[in-house]
Write a protein that binds this ligand. Structure first.
Ligand code: ADP
Ligand code: ZN
Ligand code: ZN
Length: 816
């Protein structure tokens, strides 16, 4: 009898591969375990098992596996099925999905090196035989490979042993590709056992000459008396207002002992405050309506105006599901938002909340992964950005997609190019879990699904505390420039309103879509605008660094003093961005603390949180920012929001430009007036009569929706058509042109649906590669699977044309 396993290898490959296993391995191995397998010439990868069978592959001789990496599956069948769905729906390789889904620390490779952790104190009696063998081997050699250790132990399943040694802090992994997974160990202090007898204690206290040491020991007793919990070094030094050095002196004298307890890196128990959540009448009605809707619909949309208190409704709902022992996934568009949400949710749920995001280290991510797969209490509620849909949930009850309209839910690069909201709906379906989408400005597709009855729809039109919606005032820029009522980019109306807000000790938010000081530098005599040498875009001027930068490839150069074309020194900046607004503000309001929030000021791990905290604590008077400001932040003292220029958003070459402008402006406006007082919004625009501007002003979501839906219908766009974009890239302009024409013609010939292009996108060259796109529009009634199959076949044949092989082709399904 032959036994085989089917695995996914973490490389961009479209297929699964078959490997040979022994009968005993066959009975041990389960779907979802990782197996080290040889692939290619001499490389080793951690593949994941997706099937076990007895059918030898027909096209190649199955190789034997190298070793089994897990004792238990680290991926479950829900996930495996979901990966295959993603691969087929988003037309990407299953290997890409696997690689994108797992934290990289779990993708062990042959190069993984194990070394002895020299600082560790090792109690040899606590080691198992295998652990001891590894420990001993590492005394002789400073480092070993995974394979060496397998040989020493003569075993295939060595990863669990390594994991135990890692947990005991005895070994660490040195990775070329990844950081090691090291659980965080907390230093605890206890009294040496010889002092556990009563009279020894008195002796001890008498023997201590130094006041500081005596104080420390007394504090220790007080703390142990207060709560019968282990006392950490930190806790003790803080309570005694002492230093670690004094503790160490007592440890050296064998009065105290140090020991370690592993702690999850992220601990929220301290945040918990037990307050019963009371919903307002409107919130309660919405909550009841959601529950009712969930009886008949798996997905429901909560369309609640900004500041209607959607988070509280989610919280109440989450409570229901975790009381039933279910897992809950809470998806956010932007990791930057987690800080506020985490503090709100942990106040209610304490340590049941886990956070999963890309700014976390590998260790932290593996920790959350393990907690989720073990269905542990500490990860009953997972908050995360889009990649959190890949966590190993096995008992999912509810998914919340907050700010469901946000574009960041869609992964653009690299593959898998999935939309987390849509993928979450599919995932929930396999778990028979419910999905609640929430937004003040739902995407057209979602609202269409909700109004056509596919999703449930719950509407909440009133703000929490009956706060009024902000009053929106339009300022006509043309008229104001004409009447000379402008100072720089500020109308006198806006300046007056800011002044008034400050007089009332209130805060202000200003929104400007573009970052940088001023988008471009223009030569006055010849009109030349410096371009990126690698991309077809103008360079953006950044005043602070006195640089011109490319926002597409990161290219930067010092600001030139003369035009490179005509040598004139008469160079002027055109347009404006957040940096210039910040500077103009500093001149208008020199006494005020002004801060800017955009991609340039929020790169570090906590830089965003610092700005938000500063603003929340009212250390900052006025915040200038880009779209980051539009994403659900909650401030209680902002009475004025200014939108510097509404038009930059409207004239974007994109079928969603109007929808997005509406969403952006409404969301930014929603930051105003969140406490008792009605807020104010000033929108500066050249087009005060534009439909979208009017819809924002009148809070007319329905008006915007109906108008956009009509346009979508007559111009063949979603939700009536599904769009697939094929992008071709190559350094040789002619070859690209020829290749994309070939592909276009074959697609056009073989499909009975609209194929458009090949088009040169707005930015036709990035990093020296020319770009062409082809768009395929699929009417809803066409078979999605069939059409995608045809497209895939054509793409495969394109790959076989030798002169086009070097052209890079990517497919993006639902790219918008
Ligand atoms: P949304 O997400 O709908 O814009 P939020 O959930 O941020 O609104 O709520 C707006 C504000 O109202 C927040 O400061 C929140 O703490 C407060 N709030 C909402 N509901 C309640 C409630 N039931 N009890 C107390 N405060 C609430
Ligand atoms: Zn560039
Ligand atoms: Zn010039």
């Amino acid at each position: 009898m032959n036994y085989f396993i089917e695995v996914i290898i973490p490389l961009s490959l479209p297929k699964t591969f078959t490997y040979k296993v022994s009968q005993s391995e066959f009975t041990f191995i389960k779907k979802g375990m990782r197996i080290a397998v040889p692939f290619g010439k001499s490389k080793m990868y951690s593949a994941v098992v997706v099937d076990l069978h007895q059918n030898a592959p027909t096209r190649y001789e199955a190789k034997e596996i190298h070793q089994i990496l897990d004792e238990k599956p680290i991926v479950n069948e829900f996930q495996i099925n979901h990966w295959f769905w993603i691969s087929s729906y988003y037309m990407c390789h299953i290997g890409d999905v696997y690689r994108g889904a797992l934290p990289s620390a779990l993708l062990l490779e042959s190069e993984t090196i194990i070394s002895h952790n020299k600082e560790a104190f090792v109690d040899e009696t606590q080691l198992s035989d295998d652990e001891f063998l590894v420990y001993e081997a590492l005394q002789q050699q400073s480092s070993l490979k995974v394979q060496d250790i397998a040989d020493i132990l003569n075993k295939k399943t060595i990863l669990p042993i390594l994991q135990k040694l890692i947990n005991k802090n005895i070994i660490s992994l040195q990775e070329e590709i990844q950081e090691e997974y090291k659980p965080k160990l907390i230093r605890y202090i206890r009294l040496h056992e010889k002092y556990l007898v009563q009279d020894k204690l008195v002796e001890l206290l008498d023997s201590l000459k130094s006041e500081k040491r005596k104080n420390l020991v007394l504090q220790y007793f007080q703390l142990t008396a207060q709560d019968q919990k282990p006392i950490s070094l930190k806790q003790l030094t803080e309570a005694a207002q002492s230093s670690a050095a004094i503790v160490k002196a007592l440890v050296d004298k064998e009065i105290f002992e140090v020991y370690f307890i592993q702690e999850d890196r992220v601990n929220f128990e301290k945040n918990k405050v037990d307050n019963e959540l009371l919903l307002s009448t409107a919130q309660q009605e919405a909550f009841d309506a959601i529950e009712k809707s969930f009886v008949v619909k798996d997905v429901s949309l909560l369309h609640g105006v900004t500041s209607s208190g959607k988070t509280e409704i989610y919280t109440k709902l989450i409570e229901k599901y975790i009381d039933k022992g279910k897992q809950v996934l809470y998806l956010l568009p932007e990791i930057a938002l987690t800080t506020q949400l985490v503090s709100r949710l942990t106040a209610h749920f304490g340590n049941k909340v886990a956070v999963f995001h890309s700014k976390y280290s590998n260790n932290e991510r593996v920790e959350v992964w393990n907690n989720v797969i073990q269905n542990s209490q500490s990860a009953q509620i997972v908050i995360g950005a889009r990649s959190a849909i890949f966590l190993p949930f096995n008992n999912l009850g509810l998914i919340i997609v907050d700010e469901e309209h946000e574009t960041t839910f869609k992964q653009q690069d690299p593959a898998p190019r999935y939309h987390a909201r849509d993928a979450a709906i599919v995932l929930a379906n396999t778990h028979q879990a419910k999905v609640l989408l929430g937004s003040a400005t739902p995407s057209i597709e979602t609202y269409y699904n909700a109004s056509s009855g596919k999703f449930g729809l719950i509407t909440l039109t009133e703000r929490f505390g009956k706060v009024q919606m902000p009053a929106i005032e339009l300022v006509d820029l043309k008229d104001n420039y004409f009447r000379k009522k402008m100072k720089g980019h500020f109308s006198t109306t806006l300046i007056d309103e800011i002044t008034e807000a400050f007089a009332n000790v209130e805060q202000v938010i200003l929104f400007q879509k573009r970052r940088g000081f001023s988008p471009v530098l223009e030569c006055m005599p010849c009109g030349n605008v410096p371009q990126c040498p690698q991309c077809d875009v103008s360079l953006t001027y950044h005043k602070f660094k006195n640089q011109l930068r490319c926002h597409y490839c990161g290219y930067a150069m010092a600001k030139p003093t003369n035009c490179h074309v005509c040598s004139s020194a008469d160079l002027e900046t055109k347009g404006f961005g957040t940096e210039q607004i910040e500077l103009e503000l500093a001149e208008l309001f020199p006494q005020r603390n002004i801060k800017r929030m955009d991609q340039d000021t929020t790169r570090g791990k906590y830089s965003f949180e610092k700005i938000i905290d500063g603003f929340k604590n009212r250390e900052i008077d006025i915040l200038v920012g880009t779209q980051m400001l539009a994403k659900g932040l909650d401030f209680d003292n902002v009475s004025l929001v200014g939108i510097m220029n509404a038009d930059t958003m409207l004239y974007h070459p994109d079928f969603r430009a109007f929808e997005r402008s509406y969403q952006m402006m409404t969301q930014v406006a929603g930051r105003s007036g969140r406490a008792e007082k009605r807020g104010k919004v000033i929108i500066q625009t050249y087009n005060p009569m534009h439909n979208v501007i009017q819809q924002v002003t009148n809070n007319d979501y329905a008006g915007m929706y109906n108008e956009q839906l009509y346009e979508r219908k007559i111009y063949y766009y979603p939700p009536f058509y599904r769009l697939i974009r094929v992008t071709l890239k190559h350094r040789d302009f002619e070859k690209l042109k020829e290749g994309s024409m070939w592909l276009y013609q074959v697609l056009q010939h073989n499909l009975t649906i609209p194929v458009l292009g090949p088009e040169e996108p707005a930015i036709g060259r990035i990093r020296n590669e020319y770009i062409r796109t082809i768009m395929i529009k699929m009417p809803l009634e066409t078979s999605v699977k069939g059409t995608k199959k045809t497209i895939q076949k054509i793409l495969n044949s394109f790959d076989l044309v030798s002169q086009y092989r070097a052209i890079k082709v990517t497919v993006n399904v639902d790219f918008y």
